[in-house]
Design a binder for this molecule. Sequence first.
Ligand code: ADP
Ligand code: GLC
Length: 479
Amino acid sequence: MKIVHTASEMFPYLKTGGLADVTGALCKSLSRFGHDISFFIPGYRKILESPEFSKAKLKVVLQIELGEDYLRGEVYAVPIGKRQTLYIIRRDEFFDRSNPYGSGNRDYDDNDRRFIWFCKAIVEAMHVLEIKADIFHCHDWQTGLAPLFLRMLEQEHRTTLALKTFFSIHNLAFQGLFPSSSFRFTNLADEFNELDGIEFYEQISMIKGGIFFADKILTVSPNYAKEILTSDFGCGMEGALSVREDDLVGIANGIDYEVWNPETDALLPANYSSKDLSGKLLCRKKLLDTVGLSDTDQPVYGIVCRLTEQKGLDLLLKQMNFFIKNDCRLVVLGMGDPFYERALKRWAKSHPDKIGVCMVLDEGMSHLVEAGSDFYLMPSIFEPCGLNQMYSQRYGTPPLVSDVGGLHDTVVDFRENEESGTGFLFAPKDDAFKKALEHSLKIFSSKESMNRMRLNGMSRDFSWSNVVKEYESLYSESL
Ligand code: ADP
Ligand code: GLC
C-alpha cells in the first residue's frame, strides 16, 4: 500500500512525548512490511538543524491561502531507509522556533494559523507532487483538519489523493481549540462552522475535524476507545465520538525494540537480559550516582513523564512520605507545569539523599531511569496508551499503574495473577495507590516473587511487528 502519514512529531526528528515514538516506530514497521510511506512534518528548528535536513531536496514552493492572505511555504523531501520519504514543510515564520507548541507554559498565540496552514500545505503538496495514497493517516489535533481539506481539494480539482482517510487520537485532552474568529483561516464555507462541523461550544476544534471527516477513527488502546465514549474521559467530545462509534477502533501501541532493548541499549552503562540481570544492578548504581542519591536496600522508584495533571502527580505528591519513611528512593525525570516542578524540587531539597528530580528532556536519562529503577510509577488519571509502562516491563522494572486507558490493556496485576502478573494496577485514588506501593515493598523483600514479576514482564511481546499487522488489516479492510 501507499500510505501517507502526518503528525507534528516523529522520533528521532522531533519528540515531546509518546506521539513521536509511535509515529516513528509505526512508519518504520509499515515500511519494513513492504508499504511505501510518506511522512509530512512541519519544518521545526530542530529538524532544520538535523543531519537529515542537510540531505533534503527542495521539491516545490507553495502559496497557501490562509484567510485573506497567501502564505509561501517550501516542501523538502529526504529518503529515509528504503521505503520512507520524509516531507518537511517549511515556513520559518511559523516553525523555526525552539519549541514546537509554546514557550514556557503558554501556547503560542498563532497556533491556529500555524496548524491550519500546515494542514492545508500537506494536501496541497500531495496534489502538486502527485502523491496518490491508498491511505492518508493523520495524528492528533495539529493535523485534524487535513482529512477535510483533502476531500475539499479533491472536489475542487476533480482528483483523488487518497482512497481512505484515518485519524488517530493520541490524547483527547489536547483538542486544538481556538476562538470562533479563527475559523476564517480555514477558508471553509460557513456550514462547516456548525455543530456537525468543527464548531465546539462557540469555538472551533481541530480534533473535531478529524473525528467528523476522517473515514476511520483510531485511538491508541482498546480500553481508551471505550472510555472516550463516556463523559468521564470524553473531554466533551463523547457526543461527537458516539456519532462515529461504528468507525472507532482502539489498537494498543507497541514499543520499538531497536530503541528500547536492555540487551543492546547503547544509552545504558551496562546491558542485561532476563537470563543475566547483573547489568541492571550497575544501571541502578549509575542512576543513584547520577541523581546524587545514597544507596539503600529498599526499592528505587522511577518516573519519567511530562509534569502535568494527567500523569497523576497529585497522587504522587500525597505519597512522598511513603518513600522517605521506608528509606526508598524516588527519581523523577520530567518537565512541565511549574506547580509540580516547584513541589518536587522542594521535596528533593528537603530530602536530597532520597528524592531526586531532573527537570530536563533527556533521552539517555529516560533509558537509565527505566533500567536503574526497581519499580516504575505511572499513577495517571487517564492514559490513552502510555509507553513507559511497556518500556519498564521490557527493562525488568515492574510498573505500578492506574487501572485506566492503555495501562489496563498492557499491565497484568501480580496480586491477581502471580503466574503472569507483571506489575500492579490500582484505581487512581490515594488509598489504592498507597496500598499498591505498600504491596510493592512486600514483594521487593521476596527475591523469588520479585524475580518472577520481573521475568513475566520481560518476556511479554510488545513489538511493533505484531501491532503493525492490526494496522495492516484495518487499512486493507477499509479499501
Ligand atoms: P505522553 O505521550 O502522554 O507524554 P507516553 O508514555 O506515551 O506519554 O510517552 C512519553 C514519552 O516521552 C516516553 O518515551 C518518555 O520516555 C518520554 N519522556 C517524557 N518526559 C521525558 C523527559 N523529561 N526526558 C526524556 N524523555 C521523556
Ligand atoms: C499521548 C498519550 C499517551 C500515548 C501517546 C502515544 O501523548 O498521552 O498515553 O501513549 O500519545 O500514542
